[in-house]
Write a protein that binds this ligand. Structure first.
Ligand code: ZN
Length: 75
C-alpha cells in the first residue's frame, strides 16, 4: 500500500484515534491502521472505519466528558 499524500510505502501500525464531538471527547486506543514511513499519514481500512463509527456512536450515548476505549476489547 502506498501513501496517498506522498507516495511512500505504508506500514501496518496502530494508533490512537481522538474524536472531538464538541461536548465530549472520544479516545480510542490501539486502532489498527497503515502509517506512512515518510509523512506519518494514517490510513484506516473500511472495516476499521466502520467499527470506529460504532464505538463513537456508543460512546455518544454514555455522555461522558471523556471516553477512553480500547479498540481491541470494544464490541
Ligand atoms: Zn506519506
Amino acid at each position: 500500500m502506498k501513501c496517498f499524500k506522498c507516495g511512500a510505502g505504508m506500514e501496518k501500525s496502530t494508533t490512537t484515534s481522538v474524536t472531538d464531538l464538541g461536548n465530549c471527547l472520544v479516545i480510542v486506543r490501539n486502532v489498527p491502521c497503515y502509517k506512512c514511513a515518510e509523512c506519518d499519514e494514517i490510513f484506516y481500512t473500511g472495516d476499521v472505519v466502520e467499527k470506529l463509527e460504532k464505538i463513537i456512536d456508543a460512546a455518544k450515548k454514555v455522555m461522558q466528558e471523556i471516553s477512553i476505549i480500547d479498540y481491541t476489547t470494544a464490541a
